[in-house]
Design a protein around this ligand. Structure first.
Ligand code: GLU
Length: 473
């Protein structure tokens, strides 16, 4: 069984790069009907926070990335790490070292001065020291030979062992170091596929040596290139990238973000739009790309619009509710599903959709200034009155009947549809752009429509009176 994992360090929000790593591991586990483990790497107590843990969990839940085991916390696993350190000491794969910092610094300086790569010189390798407050535990890296990383993304990379150090696996205070705990966790949790960012490649030979020293099978490694910004530097806020939760709050659909992240480093022919189900079906390690994906906010936005179009109005309506609640809009009177359906073609995000839905739910439509100036003027008052009179007589407020009513007014007045529909649109919505006029009328229904038309005429009369006043003074 395939076992993958996502091991975030809880030192901040979940960002796009981390979310993509989680996604690849999750997709592979789901594709192979394997297991996906969540592990919180919180050994850096100075930088880890509970708020970050919560933000990460919330982000994954919102994305729909669910885990089968965990979250495990490294901070709660110290006895397991200590047991494995003892194993390595007992088997001669690790040793105690009490070299003082001063000496280490001198070796380092000498190496740099003579153009060599600084590394520990192995002074304590065979001294057989007893543990004390001064001792650290170092891994006994083989002095010769090489360590091979057979990476499913990058191909084979060979590291000369002579280039590697006798690195520290436990500090003076007994706390284990990063490369060591990652391997112990992955071995004891049965992880056999590790997909992660290629910023970890240089750690991997050390980790492979630890696997071997502990007599464990190697997992499959795949190091995916980092996500870049448009200037091809590592993706950051500067490139308009936000945290996962910020995308949620800006009205992105989790499916759209998942789709976008999956395509940022993985491909399937030239297909761009995928449902999450399709991604699970089609995901494979072979199609992980060697070249870095470049983040493009406009593409993400248009993908979001596409996913909005593909989501049933009933589901969108549910998702829209918190956005409407945040705007203090009571969802009463107009059927939300119908409102959503009318807004789908013109909404790239749920925020845009919520803004677009406002006029349906307020009886006091606010007229945009330019719209009012252009269309709520005295010569349009008779048109609005005529529309009112005709609509009042309609037995059913349905699109077809409404269209016939407007045709009747066009025939009677000789006016084109736009001349009639635009003032009506401003009266009903306050704006010059909105969903189709007949759709709006049907959703608003007779009583609210007539009330809005009446208010618009009132507005025109009041303004006409005001400008008469102004002219006469
Ligand atoms: N905790 C590490 C990070 O957040 C991940 C380590 C790993 O994937 O092996 O970068």
């Amino acid at each position: 069984m395939i076992v993958t994992r996502f091991p975030p360090s809880p030192t901040g929000h979940l960002h796009l790069g981390g979310a993509r790593t989680a996604l690849f591991n999750w997709l592979y586990a789901r594709h192979t009907k394997g297991k996906f483990i969540l592990r919180i790497e919180d050994t850096d107590t100075a930088r880890s926070t509970q708020a970050s843990v919560e933000a990460i969990l919330e982000s994954l839940k919102w994305l729909g990335i669910d885990w089968d085991e965990g979250p495990y916390f490294q901070s709660k696993r110290l006895p397991i790490y200590q047991e494995h350190i003892r194993k390595l000491l007992d088997s001669g794969h690790a040793y105690l070292c009490d070299c003082p910092p001063k000496r280490l610094e001198r070796i380092r300086r000498e190496a740099l001065a003579s153009g060599r790569k600084p590394k520990y010189d192995g002074k304590c390798r065979d001294r057989g020291l007893n543990p004390s407050d001064e001792t650290v535990v170092r891994f006994k890296t083989p002095l010769a030979g090489s360590t091979v990383l057979a990476d499913v993304v990058k191909g084979t990379i060979v590291f000369e062992n002579s280039e590697l150090d006798d690195f520290i696996i436990a500090r003076q205070d007994d706390t284990p170091t990063y490369n060591f705990v990652v391997v112990v966790d992955d071995i004891t949790m049965g992880v056999n596929v590790i997909l992660r960012g290629d910023d970890h490649v240089m750690n991997t030979p050390k980790q492979i040596l630890i696997y071997k020293a502990l007599g464990a099978d190697l997992p499959v490694f795949g190091h995916v290139p980092m996500v870049l910004g448009s200037d091809r530097s590592r993706l950051s806020k500067r490139h308009g990238a936000m945290s996962v939760l910020a995308y949620r709050d800006k009205g992105y659909l989790p499916e759209a973000l998942i789709n976008y992240l999956a395509r940022l480093g993985w491909s399937y022919g030239d297909q761009e739009v995928f449902t999450t189900k399709e991604l699970i079906e089609k995901f494979s390690l072979e199609k992980l790309g060697k070249s870095p994906g470049v983040f493009n906010p406009e593409k993400l936005l248009s993908l979001n619009a596409e996913h909005i179009k593909r989501t049933p109005p009933k589901i969108l309506a549910q998702r829209l509710l918190p956005f409407l609640a945040r705007r203090g809009v009571p969802v009463e009177g107009a059927d939300l599903e119908a409102v959503v359906a009318s807004l789908i073609p013109r909404s790239k995000t749920l925020v845009e959709m919520a803004d677009g839905a406002l006029f349906f739910y307020t009886d006091k439509v606010v007229y945009e200034e330019s719209a009012a100036r252009k269309f709520l003027k005295p010569e349009n008052a008779p048109i609005l009155k005529q529309v009112s009179a005709r609509l009042e007589r309609l037995p059913a407020f349905e699109e077809e009947a409404l269209e016939d009513a407007f045709k009747g007014i066009m025939a009677q007045t000789g006016l084109k549809l736009g001349k009639i529909a635009q003032p009506v649109r401003v009266a009903l919505t306050g704006k010059t752009a909105s969903p189709g006029i007949f759709e709006i009328l049907e959703i608003l229904g007779k009583a609210r429509t007539l009330e809005r038309l009446r208010r618009a005429v009132e507005y025109i009369d009041a303004h006409a009176a005001q400008s008469v006043d102004e002219n006469s003074t």
